[in-house]
Design a protein around this ligand. Structure first.
Ligand code: ZN
Length: 213
């Protein structure tokens, strides 16, 4: 059975507020989803400020993207969320954000390399960048699924990032870790060379990732 989040709508709302608090989103940018036990997905609504978002604003859609409950329309990035949850049944939560440093790498279309120890343990290896696909398209969903293979996060070319988890806490942790790492590497490049982790260390950490996922 596919992994799911208990009280998915409550978790989506709490994560939206937390993203805002942590400075990982602004205004209405970014969106969040969580799979429910019944296979439907709780997701943030389209174009609503996180500051005023309430539980009744969270939209429930079926795996085909049709609204099954809620007054509002789902996020315009709904296809991305549904594609990821359909492709990876062991995942239950998806956070898409436009965090500034991660988006810098996405605009440069460069992967975020594994330069700090905890990175590979939680994310599985370098964070790949998708090929460019327009926002809201089926193609963007497919590209994101591909970039997420054996990884806890991916960059979306010229757009932002997506982080995933077997629960919301992990998806949130991965979002913050990717943004922090992107900031560190960007800064380290200003100082000079970025030294990758030794290959052996990376391999060891990568083997831990499936258990941390
Ligand atoms: Zn976006």
């Amino acid at each position: 059975m596919a992994k799911y989040v208990e009280n998915a709508a409550e978790e989506v709302l709490a994560a939206a507020k937390e993203l805002l608090e942590k400075g990982l989103v602004e205004g209405t940018s970014g969106n969040i989803s969580a799979r429910q036990e019944d296979g439907n997905v709780a997701v943030t609504p389209s174009s609503l400020d996180y500051r005023i978002m309430e539980l009744e604003d969270i939209v429930i859609v079926n795996p085909a993207g049709e609204v099954v409950s809620g007054e509002r329309g789902p996020t315009s990035e709904i296809k991305l969320h549904l594609a990821v949850l359909a492709a990876y049944e062991d995942l239950a939560a998806v956070i898409h954000s436009h965090a500034v440093h991660a988006t810098m790498f996405a605009v440069a279309q460069q992967p975020i390399p594994t330069c700090i120890d905890e990175f590979t343990v939680y994310l599985g290896g370098e964070v790949r960048c998708t090929e460019y696909a327009p926002s809201g398209s089926d193609e963007l969903g497919e590209q994101t699924v591909k970039a997420l293979e054996d990884r806890g996060a991916a960059l979306i070319a010229n757009h932002g990032m997506v982080a995933v988890g077997t629960d919301m806490k992990k998806a949130m942790h991965n979002t913050a870790l990717v943004e922090r790492s992107a900031k560190i590497i960007w800064g380290a490049r200003q100082l000079g060379a970025v030294h990758p982790l030794p290959e052996k260390i990376n391999e060891n950490f990568a083997s831990v990732y499936p258990f941390m996922r």
